[in-house]
Design a protein around this ligand. Structure first.
Ligand code: SF4
Length: 567
């Protein structure tokens, strides 16, 4: 992360700092402000007057980095704000029809009944970004300070407890030198630090390492969702239409499936979720999405339409046993950063809201007692364990892990899970999990030859299929060019030698934004990734799926990245 050493930094003292203005962070801020307001209006003796809550958001505005499917279960938002619809929450449509297809290469099998986890009656098609854009000002009106364009780059830890966060320096050039507009980052010191950074959060990762938050847990496993919005010429795919698919274009060894949701104004939301525990080292999620669109049944939906937006984001899929310890001295972890996602239902927004509500209740009690110790904040976990969120996640606790043995095993286990209350295969309550990158197979073993030839990629026609750079443009991605790259490769020698030989440089394939471009080394020994970092969607795939774990994604200068609209 860009940070000049030896710089004097300003300090800002707040009571609570929240990193990330997604649904979890905004819900935590709203609920805490509401609890404090009600308390101060009551006849309680000890008031919490003048309490300061700050939310940091790395995007250029609240919602700019918000991307999800999304079909939202309204349970979380309705609990936070019972009159959410009356207050104008921007839903696209209630779900009006549900279908489930198993895709073969040129045909499909339509399920006669919907698998229960994918039944969406009562849910809403939404855009996560628009939801956050709407909720942000409401949270601001509750007295919460919102700081868009501020990327938190590190946690501040003193004597074993978290005491706040540091925001990134701005105005550093690509050689690490200050530019005329240099602005040092700020140390935001807080009694309580709440991390709601989304999947594979940078600060949550720092805390996981420092405080062993995954000790005794399964490692978190992720998928990446790559999605596009299409403007259709007619009403052939009405708002509220929902289709989920399995099968083509993914093979039986790869976890994942597609979604096609109808939005307002003849917009179709189409995306592919690919488990970031795949075996094929040349797998390219963007390319698989382009292949999906060429399937006759999918193409019939898009025919004559126009691509209008695109993006990508990781999804934490590991479930209950992959959730880190959610609290410690001075901190709590929420939403996707805490693994609050039901992979079987492909839904996390309602759980993100719920985690925000629960954390706010724990934070409120911590503030009342002026006690921010792990002992006190454990209340957050206790509340979670007694909540409907735990009940829901428990029922799917082994969902993803069974896919380690392929799609068929995963689907059988998912069916068994429904009759065994989530246990699935075997007698143990918990199936062991593995970090996704460990499943990747070496290129010669995967393709079974000394001269492996991965299948050719789609030839982009610019009409239905598009290259990655076009999708970067359609994601509104902009970064200041004259800054240090925010992808840190610990050891490029590994890229040139071992990775080329053993895996064929998967980063050239898995990055949906063409950030990693093969460049011959000056001495002709091989290829090294040239980083087109200004393309980055902030999806975190590289941080997760690099087989040697030498890539670290860190936040670029605040305000950079995608500018997602309706995604
Ligand atoms: Fe995603 Fe990494 Fe590519 Fe950025 S560089 S788009 S985080 S894979």
């Amino acid at each position: 992360m860009a940070e000049l050493p030896g710089i004097e930094r300003e300090t800002l003292d707040v009571d609570v700092v929240i990193v990330g203005a997604g649904p979890a962070g905004l819900a935590a801020a709203y609920k805490l402000a509401e609890l404090v307001r009600a308390h101060n209006e009551s006849d309680a003796e000890k008031k919490l007057e003048g309490l300061s809550i700050a939310i940091l958001e790395k995007g250029k505005e609240i919602g700019a980095h918000g991307l999800s499917g999304a079909v939202m279960d309204p349970r979380g938002i309705a609990e936070l704000m019972p009159d959410w619809l009356e207050r104008g929450c921007p839903v696209e449509s209630p779900v009006k029809s549900d279908a489930f297809w198993y895709l073969l290469e040129k045909s499909k099998i339509v399920a006669p009944v919907m698998p229960p986890p994918l039944q969406n009656h009562g849910n809403y098609v939404v855009s996560l970004g628009e939801l956050c854009r709407w909720l942000g000002p409401i949270v601001g009106d509750m007295g919460v300070d919102l700081f868009p364009e501020f990327a938190a780059t590190r946690v501040l830890v003193e004597n074993g407890r978290v005491v706040g966060v540091r925001t990134g320096d701005k105005g550093i050039d690509k050689n690490g030198q200050p530019k005329p507009n240099f602005e040092p980052g700020v140390d935001i010191r807080a009694k309580l630090t709440i991390l709601a950074e989304g999947p594979r959060g940078t600060l949550a990762k720092q805390l996981a390492g420092l405080f062993h938050l995954y000790e005794g847990k399964n490692p978190q496993v992720y998928s990446v969702g790559v999605k596009e919005l299409w403007q259709l010429p007619d009403d052939r795919y009405p708002a509220g239409s929902v289709i989920h698919t399995l099968g083509h274009p993914l093979d039986m060894d790869t976890f994942g499936g597609a979604f096609i949701y109808g939005m307002k104004d003849r917009i179709v939301d189409i995306g592919l979720v690919v488990g970031l525990d795949y075996k094929n080292p040349t797998l390219d999620p963007h390319n698989e999405l382009q292949r999906l669109k060429l399937h006759p049944s999918v193409r019939a939906i898009l025919e004559g339409g126009k691509l209008i937006a695109a993006g990508a984001k990781a999804i934490p899929e590991g479930g209950y046993y992959s959730m880190p310890r959610l609290y410690g001295d001075g901190f709590m972890i929420l939403g996707d950063s805490g693994g609050f996602l039901n992979g079987a239902r492909l839904k996390g927004i309602h759980l993100a809201f719920k985690s925000g509500i629960l954390a706010a209740e724990a934070a409120f009690h911590a503030l009342l007692g002026d006690d921010y110790s792990a002992n006190q904040l454990q209340e957050y976990e206790t509340l979670f364990e007694a909540s409907w969120a735990k009940e829901e996640l428990w029922k799917q606790r082994n969902f993803h892990q069974a896919f380690d043995s392929g799609q068929l095993a995963g689907m059988i286990n998912a069916g068994l899970g429904m009759v065994t209350g989530g246990r699935g295969f075997g007698v143990a309550n918990r199936l062991e999990g593995h970090a996704g990158h460990e499943r990747m197979v070496r290129i010669k073993r995967y393709f079974g030859a000394d001269d492996p030839h991965p299948p050719a990629k789609v030839k982009y026609d610019g009409q239905y299929t598009f290259d990655k750079v076009t999708n970067v443009y359609n994601g509104g991605v902009i970064h200041e060019e004259n800054q240090p790259a925010h992808l840190l490769i610990l050891d490029t020698e590994v890229c040139i030698t071992r990775c080329t030989e053993e895996y064929g440089n998967p980063c050239f394939h898995f990055c949906p934004a063409s950030v990693y471009e093969p460049k011959p080394t000056a001495d002709g020994r091989g290829k090294v990734p040239f980083l087109n970092f200004t393309n980055c969607f902030h999806c975190k795939t590289c941080d997760i799926m690099d087989p040697y774990q030498v890539i670290t994604w860190v936040p670029p200068e605040g305000g950079g990245g995608p500018d997602y609209k309706k995604l």
